[in-house]
Design a protein around this ligand. Structure first.
Ligand SMILES: Cc1ncc(C[n+]2csc(CCOP(=O)(O)OP(=O)(O)O)c2C)c(N)n1
Length: 662
């Protein structure tokens, strides 16, 4: 292995040695502790340290890195103290994730390190978002994201690189090609000759280097960083290396030919760099032993300290409180009579006004979605926004929901807020993982906000068939960390949009397409929020309470108008997560008869959750069993006759009659 020191001073070369040796020695100690049962799981980076260490040394300290499970060197070069890292690995409350995350699945804003989720590929697009934040602020910074060669097979790899290329983002994508993804060797993973060849396909530059040579990695990443900043473009770096231990310590290496270990042992990054420093007279036996001895002592001292730290008793309140980022406060609130104002707007125009006023209010708000700029979006809600706010804030995206949601999280990490439009709510499946695993969990895991609103044009009744009509809200009400909002009136569409954009948590914002142009109502002109989590009494009555949301509110109101002989009480939930249990209890108490109505299909719909809660908490108020009226448990059919039969509205009269007759 040949080394080229270029301009590096003797002192820098020694400092680099220390940076390279430190994670190696920590790991060797961890492997011992693992065997003694003192830590539970370990993903080894032995043999690969030059990549994490060299790349981190090449960046400025305030540039974000998205590391993975073998990148201890990123954490150590950023000076994270071993005593705290060790507490993290032990699941101690004094680690970096309050004991909530394992191994390297944590981050630290202070150190500009973004914690990974197990799914690997989602890290990559977060770098796009952080980099976009830099670009929007005209800051000269790069972001660097790691992936293994296995991770390059994920769709997220493709999406993230493509978005960075299309948006000219200075992101360094770094592949650690270590030969195996768990037991899968590279010929079973991809068929291109080199992964770096993929760069060309995305219209970006790329380079393949020896990942075991610390100075090569450092020098390459420094040069690539300069290139990215100067040209405002991404870059792909493939680092060849080898995984010298099992995928994780328990899984063994039986599937790796022993010859490969012998070969790569000769290329060990630490011993080779050490030999180089000896050969140029910078280190010798004595100085190396001094460094190693000092490290050994430091490890023992820091671990002693860490072992002495005890976990507090778990506290349910603490856990529940940390699911959501606390509200920032300060947003003006809509008055109670917001629905009674004389100015009438269609649902779609109210929504548009909420977005427009928010864009005016918050310079840090970015809108992203397919065809939302010049075209104005599939439903024309963002028409005219481009002219007013420019293409940096009103961003057309390539067709890649996952990367855009990941980028939204990256924007949030760097202080921006965003609204991401799903062209239809059905397409959220393509970004599902980013929502339920990354955005939803990040606050609980390591305390970061995900100030992202995901607009979901939803629902049936428009003869659009199974993939443009679904009610997908129940998929998300099951995910702690998300908020799920579903307005039924123009006033709420505007007020809840304002609230959602001010909320530091990810908000799924369901907008029923059939209501866009069919519903008109009073909407205040002022910029004011309708609080998330509070239901609205749409109509008070004595005979039966219909607890509903979205199109259900209008079905219930139409029924009530057509049946003045029945005194119908209607509760519009407005938010499905968190539910307004206080209002639900009051509604049940008002009539003693509860019908839960939703357009979503019956089984597993939010109605089941509400019915269970009423059964448990409001039993003494009930004069009849709680009933549910929902759509058929089938996909949403296309033909009007089939769709009408599918929809809950076709069974509403029957269900109301049954409940009243009980
Ligand atoms: C989406 C997903 N599928 C499967 C896994 C299980 N898994 C964890 S790491 C891994 C191999 C990853 O290989 P690579 O990206 O090459 O990184 P390496 O572990 O070699 O560093 C697999 C299959 C996972 N974590 N996420």
């Amino acid at each position: 292995m040949t080394f080229d020191r270029k301009e590096l001073t003797d002192q820098q070369l020694v400092d680099f040695y220390r940076q390279l040796l430190w994670p190696r020695m920590i790991e060797e100690k961890m492997l011992l502790l693992l065997r003694q049962g003192k830590i539970s799981k370990w993903f080894s980076g032995i043999g690969q340290e030059a990549i994490a260490v060299g790349a981190t040394l090449a960046l400025n300290e305030d540039e974000w890195i998205m590391p993975l499970h073998r990148n201890l060197g990123v954490f150590t070069v950023r000076n994270m103290p071993l005593r705290k890292l060790f507490r993290q690995w032990q699941g101690n409350k004094d680690g970096y994730s309050n004991g909530r995350e394992r191994s390297f699945h944590f981050g630290s804003r202070e150190h500009h390190i973004c914690g990974m989720i197990s799914h690997l590929g989602p890290q990559l697009a977060i770098a796009d978002g952080v980099s976009l934040a830099h670009k929007l602020r005209s800051e000269s910074k790069v972001a660097l994201a790691f992936t293994g060669e296995g991770g390059t097979s994920e769709g997220d790899f493709h999406e993230a690189l493509n978005v960075a290329a299309v948006w000219d983002l200075p992101v360094i994508f770094l592949i650690e090609n270590n030969g195996y993804a768990l037991s899968t060797p590279t010929p079973e993973q991809f068929r291109c000759i080199s992964l770096v060849d993929k760069a060309k396909g995305y219209g970006m530059e790329g380079v393949q280097i020896d990942g075991n040579n610390l100075l090569t990695v450092y020098d390459t990443i420094r040069g690539v960083r300069d290139y990215c900043l100067e040209n405002q473009k991404p870059y792909l770096v493939e680092c060849n290396t080898f995984r010298m231990r099992g995928h994780e310590e328990a899984s063994g290496t039986k599937y790796v030919p022993p010859k490969l270990f012998e070969l790569w042992q000769l290329k060990d990054p630490v011993t080779n760099y050490e030999s180089y420093l000896r050969s140029i007279g910078i280190l010798n036996d004595a100085s190396i032993e001094d460094i190693r001895l000092a490290f050994r002592e430091q490890i023992d001292e820091e671990l002693k300290d860490a072992f002495e730290s005890h976990n507090e008793e778990p506290d349910v309140e603490d856990e529940l409180n940390d699911v959501y980022a606390p509200s920032r406060g300060g947003t003006p609130q809509a008055t109670e009579d917001a629905h009674d104002v004389s100015r009438q707007l269609r649902f779609i125009d109210a929504l548009k006004e909420g977005l427009l006023q928010s864009l005016e209010k918050h310079d840090d708000l970015v809108l992203m979605g397919q065809d939302i700029a010049a075209y104005g979006g599939a439903f024309k809600i963002t028409e005219g926004f481009l002219e007013k706010f420019g293409n940096q804030r009103i961003r057309n995206t390539p067709l890649c929901e996952s990367a855009i949601l990941g980028a939204a999280l990256g924007l949030s990490l760097d202080g921006f807020r965003s609204v991401v439009e799903m062209q239809f709510a059905d397409f959220v499946t393509m970004g599902f993982n980013q929502i339920v695993n990354n955005l939803a969990k990040i606050h609980y895991r390591w305390g970061q906000p995900a100030n992202v609103v995901i607009r979901m044009p939803t629902g049936a009744g428009v003869a659009a068939g199974p993939f443009h009509s679904q009610s997908t809200e129940a998929w998300f009400t099951h995910v702690p960390g998300l908020k799920v909002v579903y307005p039924s009136t123009p006033a709420d569409a505007k007020g809840l949009m304002i609230a959602a954009i001010n909320d530091p948590n990810p908000v799924m914002f369901f907008e029923h397409k059939a209501l866009y142009r069919s519903v008109t109502g009073g909407v205040p002109e002022t910029y004011a929020a309708v609080p998330i989590g509070s239901a609205r009494i749409a109509r008070e009555g004595d005979d039966i309470s219909i607890i509903t949301y979205g199109s259900g509110v209008h079905w219930a109101e139409d029924f009530a108008a057509a049946h003045p002989e029945i005194s119908i009480d209607i509760l519009d939930l407005r938010t499905l997560l968190p539910l307004d249990y206080f209002a639900i209890r009051a509604a049940v108490q008002r009539t003693g008869r509860a019908l839960i109505l939703h357009e979503d299909t019956l089984t597993g719909g939010i109605g089941g959750e509400i019915a269970a809660w009423i059964g448990q908490h409001c039993f003494s108020f009930l004069d009849a069993p709680v009933m549910r009226c929902a759509s058929l448990d089938t996909p949403v059919p296309f033909s009007t006759a089939l769709e009408n039969q599918f929809l809950a509205s076709s069974r509403l009269e029957e269900m109301i009659t049954r409940l009243l007759d009980y």
